[in-house]
Ligand binder design. Structure first.
Ligand SMILES: NC(=O)c1ccc[n+]([C@@H]2O[C@H](COP(=O)([O-])OP(=O)(O)OC[C@H]3O[C@@H](n4cnc5c(N)ncnc54)[C@H](O)[C@@H]3O)[C@@H](O)[C@H]2O)c1
Length: 336
């Protein structure tokens, strides 16, 4: 039986998910494309052969011809929509973040615990990226010895004018908060956040430099620079006692010209993480079909952990200094 999926939010990410579901995820059917804009819903539904287009996300997720939901609407809609999916008894793949508010994440967790099972997979797709997987494998196999440090760089070409340093922490950095926890297999203990002085005031919104201390004692730095100008660039290096692993971005070709050799950068995240999105969505469809939650996918608890780190990060940005990261107790449903 095919899994009939409704996509909610058909913007940049939703349209990409619609394409993946329609063309690249065996066993999935693009049933409904729902967007607050009827024109956008219709356009994406037609482009990818969906059976229907809609504008009401809550009515869409309750439809009897919809088995599972893929939420790609703005951040503030994620918690209410995942709650509605759980109430309707339907699995949901929710784009990151689960919520920017950790209390809302706990609400989703409570709803799952009350029903005794997981419904929500959070779209922290970097866990499926082959370069992060190899990095994690090198640590788990003992090749690196114990992990000591992890360096992370998250650069976008240009942030929208209203994008603040706070948003770099609550909207961009959750990817790093999650994937570092995933690779290192530990939680955070504290966070400090800095912003560079002396940059052009009209472009100061994005750059933040974070230092996290893990419960296992490792140091983690995360640079988020959403006005990097030259391309979308995510880098990372895990440093262990016996060696290090550096992420390689997929580069299909190398150009030679004008006495130079160079590779091109993509303008945004979609080409860099294309394989990760595909594998993530396949894992979600497998979860819907079999009831077995992927061993590596992020769940609602992981969404909560990223939100707690982001909230502490915003506090550290505003107050200065080092902020402890305190978490609720993990319910047994989420122990792996
Ligand atoms: N995983 C990733 O790498 C990644 C990358 C970018 C964005 N995101 C996340 O994906 C989500 C969408 O981001 P985007 O860049 O595609 O945004 P976008 O603005 O391009 O698209 C959002 C769409 O949602 C629609 N919408 C707004 N409210 C709605 C509602 N209540 N019901 C239905 N549709 C609604 C809008 O009309 C718009 O078409 C965000 O939460 C963002 O944080 C994830």
């Amino acid at each position: 039986m095919s899994v009939r999926i409704a996509i909610i939010g058909a913007g940049i990410m939703g349209a990409d998910h619609a394409r993946l579901v329609a063309e690249d995820v065996p066993g999935a059917v693009l049933q409904v494309v729902c967007d607050a804009s009827p024109e956008r819903a219709k356009q994406v539904a037609e482009a990818h052969g969906a059976a229907d287009a809609a504008t009401d996300p809550f009515a869409t997720l309750r439809r009897s011809d919809v088995d599972a939901i893929l939420i790609a609407s703005p951040d503030e809609t994620h918690a209410p929509l995942t709650q509605a999916a759980i109430a309707a008894g339907k699995p949901a793949l929710c784009e990151k973040p689960l919520s920017q508010n950790s209390a809302e994440c706990l609400g989703v967790i409570e709803a799952e615990v009350a029903r005794g099972r997981r419904f929500v997979q959070v779209g922290f797709m970097r866990r499926f990226d082959p370069s992060y997987r190899e990095m994690k494998m090198a640590l788990d196999d003992g090749f690196l010895g114990s992990a000591i440090m992890m360096h992370n760089f998250h650069r976008n070409v240009e942030a929208p004018p209203s994008f603040t340093g706070q948003m770099a922490i609550t909207n961009s950095a959750p990817h790093e908060f999650d994937v570092v926890r995933f690779v290192l297999g530990t939680d955070y203990h504290a966070i400090s956040v800095f912003q560079p002085a002396g940059v052009d005031a009209s472009r100061t919104g994005a750059p933040v430099f974070m230092v996290l201390e893990t419960q296992a004692g490792q140091l983690v730095n995360i640079e988020v620079n959403n006005n990097a100008a030259y391309g979308y660039d995510v880098r990372g290096e895990l440093v262990g006692e016996k060696g290090s692993v550096f992420l390689n971005a997929p580069a299909p070709s190398r150009h030679n010209a004008a006495l130079m050799a160079f590779e091109r950068y993509a303008p945004d995240w979609r080409p860099r993480f294309a394989e990760a999105y595909r594998l993530q969505n396949k894992a979600f469809v497998n979860f819907v079909r079999t009831g077995l939650f992927s061993a590596i996918a992020a769940d609602a608890w992981d969404g909560y952990c990223a939100a707690v780190a982001a909230e502490a990060g915003v506090e550290a940005l505003e107050a200065g200094g080092r902020i402890d990261i305190r978490m609720a107790e993990r319910p047994s449903l989420y122990r792996r």
